[in-house]
Design a protein around this ligand. Sequence first.
Ligand code: NAP
Ligand code: ZN
Ligand code: ZN
Length: 358
Amino acid sequence: MIQVCGYAAQQAKASLTPYSFTRRDPREHDVVIDIQYSGICHSDIHQVNDGWGTSAYPMVPGHEIVGVVSQVGQKVTRYKVGDRTGVGNFIDSCRKCGPCLKGLEQYCVKGATWTYNAVERQDGKSTPTQGGYSNKIVVDENYVLSIPDTLSPDRAAPLLCAGITLYSPLMHWRAGPGKKVAIIGFGGLGHIGAKIAHAVGAEVTIFSHSSNKQEEAKKMGVDNFCITTEQTVFKELKGYFDLMINTVSVELNLNKYLKLLALDGTMVVVGLPENEIRIGPFSLVNARRSIAGSAIGGIRETQEMLEFCNKHNIACDIELVPIQKVNEAYERVVNSDVRYRFVIDVANSLKCKDNIQL
Ligand code: NAP
Ligand code: ZN
Ligand code: ZN
């Protein structure tokens, strides 16, 4: 076994504290990755807080992982020692169902194996999976991404969840020239969505619950910035948008936003609040509107997104933090006070000797 150290929540709603654990020795198709950077996604916070139901503890969160391959199994062909790689939200899936065969492993009928807060698929021992707030991870090469050399690795880390979560619906619902796209919530997901939507040529509008980020939004290619506490925007923009993507982490009155969709417009829900949302039928039927959902992206599409971001010079705006500051970072994310993603500087701040935390 490989000794690993990291930070874990020992129980629901607990602060994260140093934690040592083991990972499997690499199997034939595994790569061992020495983690350099790990993004902090709001999903980490929901899960540490049992927000989506009962989580498994101790929990080492983190599914926006970038690092360097330090060891490979005997049959690995896709990666070699020294390669810069990434790991996102899932590390395995059934590989046989319809979605898996289409490269949409996140929709695996049997359930994808999540990077943390899940159990390993292949060892039959219910070994808990543990994420990227740690110094090493062992993953099957088929679930590992290649990080282009010209992308800065710390700013690339959040692309592995935030980036793909917006790229996938923007592509699926064909955002592009002539399309009016609104993104609700200008946080980790929202800011990278704005950059991608701008890069494909769409008109981009942000809905934000304060004016704090208005100036920065312009620099990211945002065409219009609407402050949602100003009720006039909900009157003036009725029937305007072709596509709205809701990234907000808390419950909103979606009916107000649905009315801003044009004929046949779609709202895609990607934010995952902890309580249910009520939708009035009239918000949908009046303009043949749709409401849909989308989860991250498959391995193939995530690799495509990384190449797209590299080509268009897109990366996340980040605040790099030492792992010791993770609990403060969580508080600031909950208060929408991050520009725009915290990334943990794992390699430079997590001090382990013989992989035991110092
Ligand atoms: P984040 O950085 O905290 O961004 C969420 C944004 O929502 C905030 O920046 C804020 O934007 C807005 N917001 C927060 N609290 C609000 C409030 N009380 N009232 C109104 N607006 C509020 O979080 P994130 O990492 O982008 O994740 C967003 C959500 O997506 C989370 O629920 C996460 O679990 C989920 N998620 C889903 C997927 C998927 O595959 N579907 C993947 C990753 C994450 P403004 O300040 O601009 O208003
Ligand atoms: Zn995430
Ligand atoms: Zn499957």
